[in-house]
Design a protein around this ligand. Structure first.
Ligand code: FAD
Length: 436
């Protein structure tokens, strides 16, 4: 008897969501092809290499509680090579002074009595006794966490707790301000930051995507234009080149704005939900210096009231020293929503000039040591969860699951962390395998 043909699956996008979906689906014995628009794999995981030094110009690290990613790294034979990251942070105060700390609890020495009480109270009320939810899947509606901003919920807490704990967590983990994210997202990021350490791989975050891609059938330079449908069922894709590829199932893993443009007009509600999804834009400015600024500080936070668009800087030579064998500092300058939106289309020269002026407020005297500068633009950096977004996501997921032949696997619909991409990919592959 002939063997039944394997189910044909097309995965659109070769970021971590697409590659891990393809990896799990292939392990379920499905026939998988990944179509990638650009000439490289990795999407928002990307390296920047200059003169033998390598820095991460997208995702910066894995957290120690990324369970599915850790298992994936073990399966790929990469986990034993992990490189722990010690994040020593210098936080500036408005009076021009600063302090150096590690982690949410290291900060307590610098908060004063009222600040420490606020941190303890917050931890007790919202971490130990707070409502439970998954850090890596958006599946539970908690109205009073979803429907207010983080800033509103933090009213009444001590200002030092807000300035030196809450604000840095929102900026660094969610790429947004307390005023612009819902409390659900902030609490998610706070719980993650308070319960994990960081690590990476010796060659940076790109190692995981290259290892996955080596094992899979990936076609780069193959932008998908649209889904092909028959009587409401998805039956394949059409490429920008006009080529049509049939499939039993299509998995879209592109950023939500791109996904909206691939979904045909007959799925109008899905298109408009995805097309309007809030997100942050982030131009990253890199400065290669001719000296090492310090031997330990990996991250600098601006003073709370600074008049600055670039509010955080990373020194990559201290974040992962082995990736920067040259030994000189490589500084990246970071903005967040809403500032990133007004910066993203500025010319490189202007962005570089603005970043130098902003960083000089909390990282003085580095500008005379700049050897080279460059800009990496993330037009869709991470999803942003404004008040009300979580309930809309849960409704949306129920609707999209009813379309035959289509899955949407997205980091952006489950939180802003890499683990959410892999968790969502693993579940989608499982569903695909069992729905044969
Ligand atoms: C600056 C930055 C720092 C971050 N830091 C961290 C961190 O430290 N830790 C963490 O956990 N997360 C971090 N994140 C988030 C994390 O990097 C992303 O959430 C994750 O990489 C997204 O993966 P993805 O596969 O879902 O999407 P993407 O990586 O965006 O992949 C989508 C892919 O689809 C392709 N594509 C687009 N259109 C088409 C088309 N029409 N046809 C075919 N292909 C198409 C794109 O070219 C891309 O390769 C960071 C993100 C940014 C931007």
């Amino acid at each position: 008897m002939n063997k039944p043909e394997k189910k044909k699956v097309i995965v659109v996008g070769a970021g971590i969501s697409g590659l891990s979906t393809a990896y799990y689906a292939r392990n379920h014995d499905l026939d998988v092809t990944v179509l990638e628009a650009s000439d490289r794999v990795g999407g928002r995981i990307l390296n920047l290499e200059v003169d033998g030094d390598v820095v991460d110009a997208g995702a910066q690290f894995f957290h120690s509680n990324y369970k599915n990613i850790i298992q994936l790294l073990k399966d790929l034979g990469l986990y034993h090579r992990k490189v722990p990251i010690t994040l020593t942070i210098q936080i500036s105060r408005d009076d021009g002074t600063s302090f150096v700390t590690e982690g949410v609890f290291g900060i307590m020495r610098n908060l004063g009595l009222k600040g420490c009480l606020s941190l303890s109270l917050f931890f007790l009320r919202y971490v130990l006794l707070g409502k439970r939810f998954s850090l890596f899947t958006i599946e539970k509606h908690i109205e009073d966490y979803d429907n207010c901003t983080a800033a509103d919920r933090l009213q009444g807490f001590d200002q030092r707790f807000i300035d030196f704990v809450a604000r840095p967590v929102a900026l660094a983990e969610c790429m947004t301000t307390l005023e612009e994210s819902n409390f659900y997202q902030f609490l998610n990021c706070f719980r993650l930051a308070a319960s994990s350490t960081h690590f990476t791989l010796p060659g940076g975050m790109e190692e995981i995507v290259h290892e996955l891609a080596n094992q899979l059938n990936v076609r780069c330079n193959s932008p998908v234009k649209s889904l092909l449908t028959e009587r409401g069922k998805v039956v394949g894709v059409e490429l920008e080149s006009g080529e049509k590829l049939p499939a039993d199932h299509v998995v879209l893993t592109t950023t939500l704005d791109k996904t909206a443009s691939i979904v045909p007009p007959e799925f109008r509600e899905i298109r408009s939900f995805l097309g309007e999804f809030p997100h942050t834009q982030n131009p990253l400015i890199f400065f290669h210096l001719d000296c090492r600024l310090t031997d330990d500080i990996a991250c600098y936070m601006s003073p709370p009231s600074a008049d600055a668009d670039f509010i955080m800087a990373i020194d990559h030579s201290n974040k992962v020293p082995t990736m920067v064998p040259g030994g000189n500092s490589i500084i990246s300058a970071w903005s967040a929503y809403p500032m990133g939106d007004s910066l993203i289309d500025l010319p490189d020269d202007e962005l570089i000039e603005r970043a130098v002026a902003d960083l000089e407020q909390y990282l003085p005297s580095f500008k005379h040591n700049i050897k080279k500068s460059s800009v990496t633009r993330h037009r869709w950096a991470v999803a942003r969860y404004a008040p009300g977004t979580h309930s809309k996501i849960i409704d949306f997921k129920n609707r999209v699951n009813s379309i035959q032949g289509l899955s949407i696997v997205s980091n952006d619909l489950d939180g802003v962390h890499l683990e959410t991409a892999v968790t969502s990919a693993r579940e989608a592959a499982q569903r695909l395998a069992t729905s044969r």
